[in-house]
Design a protein around this ligand. Structure first.
Ligand SMILES: C[S@@+](CC[C@H](N)C(=O)[O-])C[C@H]1O[C@@H](n2cnc3c(N)ncnc32)[C@H](O)[C@@H]1O
Length: 199
């Protein structure tokens, strides 16, 4: 509890490769879509139960790039240590941890690359995206720049989003039988608990 999501590339999270340091092209290259920063208007809005949330401040077309989930890339050992601390403090309700664990299944099918991105203290606007049990309106894509080992996690609109709508995605699957922090996503399929990452 306290951190969020386990997205399996090949199982919910798509993979994409963009041009990188190995390429001779510049930032205007059409294959560097996610490398030019946020290109849609967004607004940060406070919710009584969920804390801050990210809302669209314009119409966003389905498939449009929204933003990258920036943060500190941690070793798994450091992620586990931080998670324990966050769990302790988040119980009081004052802290909104933003530690995201992504697993990419490698093509062999025998190994998986675990990426821990912590936006709790260092991050960008994406760290305000809240969870929705219905999967929300954002899809996650692991984008690897050619020549880079570590992928970046990027949000794209999974459907058309209207101005003012909250942007959300599914942090993972919550187990309603386990103790956890309450979920206030308000969707009709809400299980009442936030997903928790057993690390
Ligand atoms: C990535 S942060 C999102 C931004 C956060 N709301 C804030 O104010 O900083 C994740 C944290 O937001 C809160 N949160 C996200 N979705 C929620 C939901 N559906 N219900 C309750 N709290 C939620 C939890 O505290 C979670 O650890």
């Amino acid at each position: 509890m306290g951190s969020f999501s386990s997205s399996n590339a090949g199982n919910g999270t798509d993979l994409m490769t963009e041009c990188g340091t190995n390429c001779s092209c510049g930032v205007e290259c059409v294959n560097r879509l996610t490398q030019r920063g946020v290109s849609v208007k967004l607004r940060i809005v406070k919710d009584r139960n969920k804390g801050w949330g990210l809302h669209a401040a314009q119409f966003i077309h389905r498939g449009q790039f929204v933003c990258e989930y920036a943060g500190e890339f941690l070793t798994t050992e450091e992620a586990r240590t931080r998670q324990r601390t966050y769990d302790e403090f988040a119980c009081g309700g004052g802290l909104h941890p933003a530690l995201l664990v992504v697993r990419e299944h490698l093509p062999s099918g025998k190994a998986c690359l675990r990426v821990n991105i912590d936006a709790t203290k260092v991050g960008n606007i994406a760290r305000f995206v809240n969870h929705s049990c219905d999967g929300g309106n954002l899809s996650t894509v692991l984008v690897r720049n050619s020549g880079s080992l570590l992928p970046r996690l990027c949000f794209f609109a999974a459907k058309d989003v209207v101005d003012g709508e909250e942007l959300t995605f599914g942090y993972g699957v919550a187990d309603p039988t386990k103790q956890g922090r309450p979920c206030f996503c308000g969707s009709s399929c809400c299980v009442g608990r936030l997903p928790s990452e057993e690390t």
